[in-house]
Design a protein around this ligand. Structure first.
Ligand SMILES: [Fe+2]
Length: 313
């Protein structure tokens, strides 16, 4: 095995990756450098800005009372409802004052090691395009609405902002151990589909995958189908996930400090050595050690899920 990540790695420059570490063979556009950053943000036209405004308005009908308080506060602090796709320069100036993060444009999904490197430097890579009316409800590749509306408001929360940076640093270690899938599951069940228990019985969404779509915001927080289980990082990193449908299980944190400490205080070297290369638990499973908030009926999944006409109840 190659040398594992040296704790003193400072990430000032993109670290060299060992030759035996796997990376997805993404084809880099000719105008893009090793950092995968676009030289400038796309200039959005009137129709593109109208798509943003309509997506924004639709989310604001479902999110109050369902989105984490930190997310709603972040939208406000960044004045994200001012109309049109936010200018990344202005956004970064505001965000920089609050938590030292910035938002940078990228052409498409970028290689894991570059993504981790940006996060480790408090730069959030965001898509440089917006969906069209034809793909208004669902897109596979994350666009600027998902990335900026869904992810960036949470980066105004100081503890969450630290968690994201630590996640980026942890990514390099996971790659060296060939346990990227396990760390990917943690990202999936926290950054993309995480829930937080703000008060007894009051579960809110902080994951961007939930917050950037109208159906899952209701499904994740209120529906009877999915499990809602208190987050246990060790268990979550052994749990499979699907990317093409509503989640059969959501994991719930008590606070962002809880999330931060469960992750950062963990001995990942030991964990990666003990983890099997494949996932142990199905994404709908409830297991002995789970602290279950709500045991789902899974009726949405059992009726066939997306494309079957099953109601997301
Ligand atoms: Fe995302």
């Amino acid at each position: 095995m190659s040398e594992l990540m040296e704790p003193e790695t400072d990430f000032a420059t993109l670290p060299e990756m060992a030759a035996d570490v796997f990376t997805a063979p993404l084809r880099k556009p000719a105008h893009i450098g090793d950092d995968w950053l676009e030289p400038r943000q796309h200039a959005y036209g009137a129709e593109e800005n109208a798509v943003w405004n309509d997506l924004f308005a639709r989310q604001m009908e479902v999110l109050p009372g369902r989105a984490a308080s930190a997310f709603m506060a972040g939208l406000d602090k960044l004045d994200m409802g001012r109309g049109g796709v936010p200018d990344f320069g202005e956004l970064s100036a505001e965000l920089g004052k609050l938590t030292g993060w910035s938002v940078v444009p990228v052409p498409m999904l970028i290689p894991d090691h570059v993504f981790f490197w940006h996060l480790a430097n408090r730069r959030f890579p965001a898509g440089n395009f917006i969906r069209t009316r034809e793909t208004f409800d669902y897109i596979q590749e994350p666009d600027v609405f998902h990335d900026v509306f869904g992810h960036v408001p949470m980066l105004t929360d100081p503890v969450y902002a630290d968690y994201m940076q630590e996640y980026g640093r942890a990514g390099w270690k996971a790659m060296r151990y060939n346990r990227l899938k396990a760390l990917g599951a943690l990202y999936w069940y926290t950054v993309e589909f995480g829930l937080i228990l703000e008060a007894p019985g009051d579960v809110r969404a902080y994951g961007a995958g939930i917050l950037s779509g109208p159906t899952e915001a209701v499904f994740a927080t209120e529906a009877r189908s999915p499990n809602r289980i208190m987050l246990n990082v060790d268990r979550v990193m052994r749990t499979d996930y699907v990317i093409s449908d509503l989640q059969p299980t959501y994991f719930v944190i008590e606070s962002f400090a809880d999330l931060f400490h469960q992750t950062v205080d963990r001995d990942f070297d030991r964990l990666y050595r003990s983890l099997a290369p494949a996932f142990t638990y199905a994404n709908s499973a409830v297991i002995d050690v789970d602290d279950v908030l709500h045991r789902g009926t899974q009726e949405y999944l059992l009726r066939g899920g997306r494309g079957s006409g099953a109601a997301p109840v």
